[in-house]
Design a protein around this ligand. Sequence first.
Ligand code: HEC
Ligand code: HEC
Length: 308
Amino acid sequence: MSNAWAWWVILLIVFNLGLTFFLFLWAPWARVPVLPDGTTGHSWAHGAIREGLHRLPGWWLFLSFVMFIGAFGYFVLYPGFGNFAGTLGWTSSQEHAQAAQANAVRLAPAMARLAKLEVAAVAADPQGRQLGARLFIDNCAACHGREGRGNMRLGAPNLTDGDWLYGDADEAMASSIRDGRNGVMPAWESLGEQTVNQLTAYVLSLSGQIRETDDALAGKTVFAGTCSACHGPEGKGNPLLGAPNLTDDIWLHGGSREAIRQTIRDGRQGHMPAWSGRLNAQEIHLLAGYVHHLAHPDPDEADNVARR
Ligand code: HEC
Ligand code: HEC
């Protein structure tokens, strides 16, 4: 807080507490002129109601004074009075750090046990899955969805379908999480609209959505020269580049003619952030286990938080 704001806050507090204190001192002895009939002389509703005068009840004054002392004590003990830190030295970030620390200590034995297991064994472990599910919901669900089914608008893949951009090895999964991924599909607008349409037809035919038309056959020739370097000669993809398999009818950016045309014409970029700076190695291991579990669900398992 800048000095000017600090002084402004101090001024407000001093004014408010000071005014309240003054009222406590002044009000009990203040004399308000009262007529012999006990009213103030004000009348309301054309004289039907006359205004009386009652002192504040003692319990009310007492409670107010307790609250006044409470407010005063608060500003002495806790931060709030401008830049004054309070005599207890309490801060919210410190309290959070302490709670996080206590939590880490509480979970340490479980984390140590799970860190020694293979990814597939973490996936099979109820506690591993439970901790993984929490981490997944906190960090991954925003893009991949609560249930890990992906989000086409963000190009975030479905993690439950067993189809992997970067291969199905547990190490590939862990590496995606640890180091992040950038999938770059270049834009091919420069090839011209007709060629883009032919390529679209060929991609549709690869996944069996249409038969091999003349357009698709023309597209096939261009594909062999332009696209196969990344997507492979048969369009089955390349896990080293994260180039998707185009023959399996599973789509990262949509499988309609229009979506495919747009992918080819304008290109696509998928950005998976790296988590190594934000999560520790044990947490990343748990997440790899949880993603493994998402892709190999155990049908008679009910204790999975995220899939409920
Ligand atoms: C430099 C490598 C590279 C080349 C060359 C390339 N692609 Fe891609 N393509 C990718 C990558 C990587 C992705 C995934 C993008 C992502 O991760 O979001 C992709 C995605 C796609 C998709 C979307 C698939 C889906 O599941 O939604 C289509 C369709 C596609 N490419 C078709 C083509 C065609 C047709 C060509 C040739 C004109 C081509 N690509 C050339 C790398 C390439
Ligand atoms: C900002 C959105 C975003 C967040 C948050 C995010 N991801 Fe991703 N993730 C992506 C995108 C986009 C891709 C695809 C990258 C590409 O196109 O190459 C991806 C890819 C992946 C892959 C590789 C999938 C494959 O088919 O090979 C895994 C595994 C994965 N994410 C797991 C996670 C986990 C676990 C978390 C949480 C720690 C997470 N992601 C958080 C967007 C996100």
